[in-house]
Design a protein around this ligand. Structure first.
Ligand code: SAH
Ligand code: AVI
Length: 357
């Protein structure tokens, strides 16, 4: 299969600018909703990330965070209610008991949710903290501003006495914006950690540990290794919602970077790679095409059948998680799972030692 990228991209200064500071920008709409980057910085970063992704080999790829414009968040919400997508309902069944236990162990006053999306699961955690008489503040952290613009006011209205805020940022690079921890519980639910490449997970754990004080907690939702048929069904639903979600990344590229992808000319592909222990999602060009991505100064030429990787969704075992936690400043304290071991919530605690690296 032949895939070409022609490119004249050379905007080093924009790239440096976009990753330079951890300063937060308030939006005009809601002072409690802060952006990590100005629109210009965000555009430059998107251009750089998409440019790099399209150059990747053996397959060009697009970072999965670009699924989530408003339409993408709504499509994901529909996925969570599909019969084949066992992840959400299994985690939701585990969450009340896990939340109660985690709150009893950690004693948190401040909740942070990473990748909070439309913000439904946070209610269970807030309920557990409130029942324990501990609740003081809640921060939602997501790359999707439309999702936060919807969930933050709703949360504030539901809990008038609570200090609420939101940060539009990338959990892989921007956790420093949370500032130092102390009586803090960070929730990272929904198996979103599975969308991070395993080589980047220890770095993610270290950066989470850096915003936690000794004894603070990180509660992580993990999809577990299981039989191929069940896994592949969850990512190839009969109604085609996942296919629409997958193609949405091309619409986002068109809107943000002026690309001319024809989403309908791409077929949804999702399969389990047992060796890597991940579901891989791709988009396959039905026929040869040449796509211009002017905002990223790139042009992608795909033969018929040529593929773009859009997401990995890693499936875990307890030993695999423990191995990734080594020397990160976090330790695994509890593992809550269902009777069929489909999904797990892992409670990690900040240790006294400083993390390596
Ligand atoms: N926590 C919710 C939503 C999961 S969908 C649930 O469990 O159902 C994944 C969420 O993570 C989306 O809201 C998406 O916008 C956000 N996200 C994806 N990549 C991100 C990144 N790199 N940084 C911050 N948020 C990200
Ligand atoms: C958000 N994330 C955990 C989902 C997953 O299962 O990896 C995204 C998704 N991709 C396809 N279906 C759902």
């Amino acid at each position: 299969m032949k895939t070409f990228l022609r490119s004249t991209y050379s905007s080093q200064s924009d790239r440096a600018e976009s990753s330079k500071s951890l300063m937060l920008t308030q939006t005009a709409r809601d002072p409690a909703l802060r952006r990590m980057r100005s629109e210009a910085q965000e555009r430059a970063l998107t251009a750089a990330e998409v440019h790099a992704g399209l150059l990747a080999r053996p397959l060009p790829c697009l970072p999965s965070k670009f699924f989530y414009d408003h339409r993408g968040s709504v499509l994901f919400d529909r996925i969570t209610r599909l019969p084949e997508y066992y992840l959400t309902r299994t985690e939701e069944a585990l969450l009340p008991e896990a939340a109660r236990d985690a709150v009893a162990r950690v004693g948190p006053r401040h909740l942070v949710e990473l990748g909070s999306g439309l913000g439904t699961k946070v209610r269970t955690l807030l309920g557990a903290m409130s029942a324990a008489g501990l609740l003081e503040s809640c921060t939602l952290f997501d790359v999707s501003e439309p999702a936060l613009a919807q969930s933050l006011p709703r949360l504030a209205a539901e809990r008038p006495g609570l200090r609420t805020s939101a940060i539009v940022g990338d959990f892989l690079t921007d956790l420093g914006a949370l500032g130092p921890g102390g009586s803090r519980l960070i929730a990272f639910l929904g198996s979103t950690i599975g969308n991070i490449h395993p080589r980047d997970v220890p770095g993610f754990f270290r950066s989470a540990a850096s915003v936690l004080a000794e004894g603070d907690g990180l509660l992580v939702g993990l999809d577990l290794v299981k039989d191929r048929a069940r896994l592949e069904a969850a990512y190839n639903d009969a109604q085609g919602v996942t296919a629409e979600f997958n193609r949405n990344i091309l619409r986002v590229m068109n809107a943000r970077l002026g690309a001319d992808f024809d989403p309908e000319a791409f077929e949804h592909v999702a399969f389990y790679d047992a060796e890597a222990a991940w579901i891989e999602m791709r988009l396959r060009a039905a026929r040869a095409c040449r796509v211009r991505v002017p905002g990223a100064e790139a042009e992608l030429v795909l033969p018929g059948g040529g593929e773009i990787r859009t997401e990995i969704s890693c499936k875990y075992t307890r030993p695999a998680v423990e191995a990734l936690l080594a020397a990160t400043g976090l330790r695994l304290e509890e593992w809550y799972t269902d009777a069929d071991a489909l999904f797990a919530l892992a409670l990690m605690r900040r240790t006294a030692e400083r993390s390596a690296g």
